[in-house]
Design a protein around this ligand. Sequence first.
Ligand code: GRF
Length: 190
Amino acid sequence: MAKPNISIFASGRGSNFKAIIADQSLTCQLLVSDNPTAPVIEIAKKHHIPTFTFEPKQYADKASYEQAILAALKKYEIEWIFLAGYMRMIGPNLLNEYTGKIVNIHPSLSPAFPGKDAITRAYKARSEQTGVTIHYVDEGMDTGPIICQQPVPIHEQDTLETLQTRIQKTEHQLYPKVIKELINVKTLVE
Ligand code: GRF
């Protein structure tokens, strides 16, 4: 059975994107980014992965730029969308077209610390643990049905940086695995 085509949406650094495409069982057919200067675009180019980049301010509204995204997704026959640091809410255009096929990764144990700076807020709250959540996307901020969560301890001697590193490592291991399960791809290499 052919693998379904996937698109990754990212706005920034792209370490999750890198971890996903480093998995030999996965291929990404299209990177979508709302930030034409994001480092993630260079990673895509280096790996010859097609990109669709846009600047939201050049469109009248979210509906218009999501129409442009949809056209790109159709062109590449994309079946699943995985958000990896995409800093925008998904609007009804995309949600209706890709119902149950848009997934996000968030660096906290949802529902704790939704939104930006989740790691910093968990660290400052002196929680004993935080974690990583992978969930389906709905119209809320980091709210859709949870697919998988992995706790990450916060040690007393942690700095924000050591905690960030531990969370990123967890993300980079977890996201490719979950993507493979969701799109039903057999693992080639563990
Ligand atoms: C990750 O922590 C992810 O959980 C969050 O945004 C961050 C993206 O990091 N949604 P990167 O660009 O993949 O390095």
